[in-house]
Design a protein around this ligand. Structure first.
Ligand code: FAD
Length: 455
């Protein structure tokens, strides 16, 4: 008889935890997984998936207005928020069922409860009080929105957790933040018809993205009527006299009245009350769990994957970290996730797709880089009359000709960057891009027809 109840105890049934549990079980491990909220985690329940469904909803007005130039007369249109919420909820419930079903089919024992660590091999399941002994513990507890409590009335602001269940679409919205979640929700709310502003401390949205991308997005958002209140913060929120609206006072003294304030200023790793101190697990300065390339903490029997480790906080990364952990510890196949090239999208409208280094990063690391860039009106805009521009940019190391980064702003940028990401991951050179035959007529063909560097 083993001294352990399970080979692996996974805390958290989100992207990383579910993948790790399933793969470990497939390798023959006896696995228990605890989830305190809903299977699927942030991505499925209140992140990527419902967000993308909202993004689709928000883009229909563009399609309706584009249609006229192509001969279509679209009748009066109206939007019904409760229908979107109901259908979104049904889809999320369906996906949650699939996640739980897949875990059970793999033989994973599921407990719907909060779990906390008691020592290097013991986890306590709070719902039952059971103490489970496991040879290995995997922490995959994700992250949660930071709630800024530093100004009066801050409790009136909601976070991304609540926006998915608002009873009604706000007519006026203020989004605090400039990261990708803030930018995406500003786009969604504006697309659905809310008068929307973004307020942020810095001078530009999307810190860390390529500067041309940041500028292009700001221009597009400005043209779409989204207020860009840069260099400001919220200093006070208060209920308006009608008892429903919110008056937001900004650091420059201006007051704006809105129906919803969404705070999207960042996320913090879920480590509180998890028992990590008791087990002696070391954290990084920002509170995330410190791990090595194999996702191992300083305690040999405890590992951590996903957002709780704050490496690259994206679902595909958490999934891959969970998979690598399970293969390494239970599958006899040791491998590490390469975090250097990560294609990613921002589902703003227009969309952003990006992979590899920004121009600034490339100049810092490689010195001599060539920049290929184009900005053009998409073909569809010729008949629809739209004025929005598509941006494409390729960053190349002059010495090796290797493509270091690709950045796209425009329709389907997220889809395009997944494929460009293959080339960049393979180490493609600019010459490889150039000898690729174009798909015509498409926007993507610009990626293989950019001949002369602009810098
Ligand atoms: P999570 O998916 O957060 O799962 C952690 C789970 O652990 C949760 O279900 C939680 O309830 C549970 N838990 C926590 N503590 C305990 C405990 N003590 N006991 C039991 N259970 C516990 N990523 C993308 O790649 N693309 C996107 O478009 C995208 N959009 C996003 C939009 C929003 C609004 C947000 C918030 C995130 C988005 N992300 C996106 C990020 C993505 O959701 C995360 O990177 C991903 O979910 C991380 O997976 P994880 O396994 O680390 O954690």
């Amino acid at each position: 008889m083993s001294e352990f109840d399970f080979d692996l105890f996974v805390i958290g049934g989100g992207s990383g935890g579910v993948r790790a549990a399933r793969i470990a079980a497939n390798h023959g491990a006896r696995v228990m997984l605890a989830e305190e909220f809903r299977y699927g985690g942030t991505c499925v329940i209140r992140g990527c998936v419902p967000k993308k469904l909202f993004v689709y909803a928000s883009r229909f007005p563009d399609a309706f207005s584009d249609a006229a130039g192509f001969g279509w007369q679209v009748g009066d249109s109206s939007f019904h928020w409760p229908t979107l919420i109901r259908n979104k909820d049904a889809e999320i419930a369906r996906l949650e069922g699939i996640y739980a079903g897949n875990l059970e089919a793999a033989g994973v024992s599921l407990v719907r409860s909060r779990a906390v660590i008691e020592d290097a091999h013991t986890v306590r399941v709070l719902a039952t009080g059971a103490r489970i002994r496991a040879a290995t513990i995997l922490v995959a507890t994700g992250a949660a929105p930071v709630r800024d409590r530093t100004f009066p009335g801050s409790e009136l602001a909601i976070t991304s957790n609540e926006i998915f269940d608002l009873p009604a679409l706000p007519q006026r919205a203020l989004v605090i933040g400039a990261g990708y979640i803030a930018v995406e929700f500003a786009g969604v709310l504006a697309g659905l018809g809310a008068l929307t502003s973004l307020v942020y401390r810095g001078d530009k949205v999307l810190r860390g993205f390529d500067d041309d991308v940041r500028t292009a997005l700001e221009q597009a958002y400005g043209a779409r009527g989204i207020g860009l209140l840069a260099g400001r913060t919220v200093s006070r929120l208060a209920r308006a006299q009608d008892g429903a609206a919110i008056e937001a006072t900004l650091s420059d003294g201006t007051v704006t009245t809105v129906d919803v304030v969404l705070s999207a200023i960042g996320r913090k790793p879920n480590v509180e009350g998890l028992g990590l101190e008791a087990a002696g697990v070391a954290l990084k300065a920002n509170g995330a769990i410190a791990v090595d390339g194999f996702s191992r903490t300083n305690v040999p029997s405890i590992y951590a994957v996903g957002d709780v480790t704050d490496r690259a906080n994206l679902t595909p990364v958490a999934i891959r970290e969970g998979h690598a952990f399970a293969d390494t510890v239970f599958g006899g196949k040791s491998w590490q996730v390469d975090h250097t090239v990560i294609p990613t999208a921002v589902f703003s409208t227009p969309e952003i797709g990006t992979v590899g280094l920004t121009e600034t990063q490339a100049r810092e690391r490689y010195g001599d880089v060539a920049i290929f860039r184009t900005s053009f009106r998409a073909m569809k805009a010729t008949l629809s009359g739209g004025s929005e521009r598509v941006l494409m940019k390729i960053v190349v190391d002059r010495a090796s000709d290797r493509v270091l980064g690709v950045h796209i702003v425009g329709e389907a940028a997220g889809e395009m960057i997944q494929l460009a990401g293959i080339a960049v991951t393979m180490g493609a050179t600019k010459a490889d891009f150039d000898r690729t035959i174009a798909v015509h007529p498409s926007a993507a063909e610009e990626l293989v027809t950019l001949r002369a560097p602009v810098a």
